[in-house]
Design a protein around this ligand. Structure first.
Ligand SMILES: Cc1cc2nc3c(=O)[nH]c(=O)nc-3n(C[C@H](O)[C@H](O)[C@H](O)COP(=O)(O)OP(=O)(O)OC[C@H]3O[C@@H](n4cnc5c(N)ncnc54)[C@H](O)[C@@H]3O)c2cc1C
Length: 448
């Protein structure tokens, strides 16, 4: 049966320049697709999900021809502009406390760790340094009584799951972060922190030894004829019998799951490089990562290495049914980011932000992914529900395995998930989501 899909939104819609990307060396010019090619497999989207799918396909189908297409430069999308926590444990950002039912969270943790060990193998094979891929754990940092209550609740939940965590007191937090701001923290040891843009770019570089990766090559339409898909880009096309669609919320732009996917923008700012004396004034460890005890608080990373010593602050949520945000939205985050930074680091009062940016998450209302064969030969690994570093990697691996007929019990789990439930019609969806997000951010108080 013939089918034709027109892709409606091929602009990337990510405002601002990601600091992670900007502090790296300029990459080689993009290899834009400028001809018509045939392949055995096409992966559309070169983020966590797409690159994991490509690597797994390479392992399972060594002799077959694989192509990856992305509409922008690899590393400039959400996978290269996030806070860089590759989290193993429950971290459901749509709840008050990150957690759900114990049994389900145990299973999700096993799956996340399957993805993390896959990423660790890639890191080893492609020679990532510790600055790019650091299995140093993460701290859920608390700055208020309510943050501490969140952490106590989280610690109890981890205990019920049989997971270790370490309580850090005010002194420990000061020793690690240099800041007096935090009352306590909860260290969970198996999260990996990444330099997001470096991770994604180096992952793609590693893959490109065996796979054709074409950047700045948006798929503008997809056509199915005689059981074979043809993906058309502005200057070329790829024909392949099997396609993995790993475009997260842009699944909607391909005409799927209309009114069932929620697009939330998150924003981050990164300081300029700190001088030696500022680094001394700050104190603390050279690099660390603090996620907020309250899901609507601020994530903070201290990094060192390429680009020098810098601090990243991430907070502020914005719902956009159109998948678009503009520079205007970044301007609205300036006050929040600067206040969060100054609260934590008053000793760095002269340090300004050098980069400010936003990026997109995709959530479903009932917290389920979009996975499986959505049309004949067309497989989805989308809607990562906010935890794309681990869940996107997982979805990509499982989509490749599923498409190859490889057996893995986690595939069944994904296939047995419900479909994303419908959203209210516009403008009610936007109004409802905006009120909810603003209220949650207000409730986060000092955690922000
Ligand atoms: C500020 C911020 C902080 C975050 N922090 C974290 C965090 O600490 N930990 C975490 O796990 N997650 C975090 N996230 C979320 C995480 O980044 C996403 O969930 C993740 O990037 C999703 O990965 P993905 O591969 O599914 O999709 P994406 O990263 O969005 O990749 C999809 C790719 O598809 C491409 N594409 C889309 N349409 C087309 C087309 N027509 N043709 C070709 N290519 C196309 C896009 O250009 C894109 O590169 C954060 C996000 C933001 C914005």
């Amino acid at each position: 049966m013939a089918k034709s899909i027109q892709v409606t939104n091929i602009r990337h819609g990510n405002p601002g320049v990601s600091g992670w990307y900007a502090i790296l060396q300029e990459p080689e010019p993009a290899d834009v697709l400028e001809k018509d090619i045939n392949a055995d497999w096409l992966v559309i989207g070169g983020g966590f999900a797409g690159l994991a799918a490509a690597r797994r396909l390479l392992q399972l189908r060594q002799k077959e021809r694989l192509v990856v297409l992305d509409s922008i430069r690899i590393g400039q999308g959400s996978s290269g502009r996030n806070s860089g926590f590759m989290i193993d444990l429950p971290h459901d950002i749509s709840t008050d406390s990150y957690v759900g039912a114990v049994e389900r969270d145990i299973r999700q943790t096993q799956k996340n760790r399957y993805a993390l060990s896959f990423a660790a193998e890639a890191a080893e094979e492609y020679g990532f340094t510790q600055e790019v891929f650091n299995p140093c754990g993460k701290i859920n940092a608390a700055a208020s009584d309510s943050g501490e209550r969140h952490n106590l609740e989280y610690m109890g939940h981890l205990k019920a799951m049989g997971e270790d965590s370490t309580w850090l007191d005010e002194e420990d937090m000061k020793r690690i972060t240099g800041s007096n701001y935090y009352l306590s923290g909860l260290l969970t040891p198996k999260t990996i922190t990444i330099q997001s843009a470096a991770y994604i770019r180096k992952f793609a570089e590693g893959l490109s030894r065996n796979i054709d990766i074409h950047e700045n090559s948006p798929v503008v339409s997809l056509e199915l004829t005689g059981g074979v898909w043809k993906a058309i880009t502005p200057k070329g096309s790829v024909t392949a019998p099997k396609v993995i669609l790993s475009v997260n919320g842009h699944l909607q732009s391909f005409g799927f799951l209309k009114n069932r996917l929620m697009h939330i923008f998150l924003y981050a700012s990164m300081t300029r490089e700190l001088s030696d004396s500022e680094v001394r004034k700050l104190g603390g460890e050279p690099s660390w990562g603090a996620a907020p005890a309250n899901p609507f608080g601020s994530s903070v990373r201290k990094i060192c290495g390429t680009g020098g010593h810098r601090i990243l602050v991430r907070n502020k949520f914005h719902f956009s049914s159109s998948l678009e945000a503009s520079e205007h939205h970044i301007k609205k985050t300036v006050r929040d980011h600067d206040r969060s930074f100054q609260r934590r680091f008053p000793m760095l009062e002269d340090v300004e932000m050098e980069y400010r940016w936003g990026g997109r998450l995709c959530l479903s209302r009932n917290g389920v992914p979009v996975f499986g064969e959505i049309e004949k030969g067309l497989f989805a690994a989308c809607c990562q529900n906010g935890l794309g570093a681990s869940k996107g990697t997982l979805a990509g691996i499982l989509a490749a395995e599923h498409a190859c007929g490889y057996e893995n019990p986690y595939i069944e789990d994904h296939l047995n998930e419900a479909q994303p439930t419908s959203l209210p019609p516009e403008p009610f969806a936007t109004i409802g989501a905006t009120v909810y997000l603003n209220w949650q951010e207000w409730r986060a108080g000092l955690e922000k």
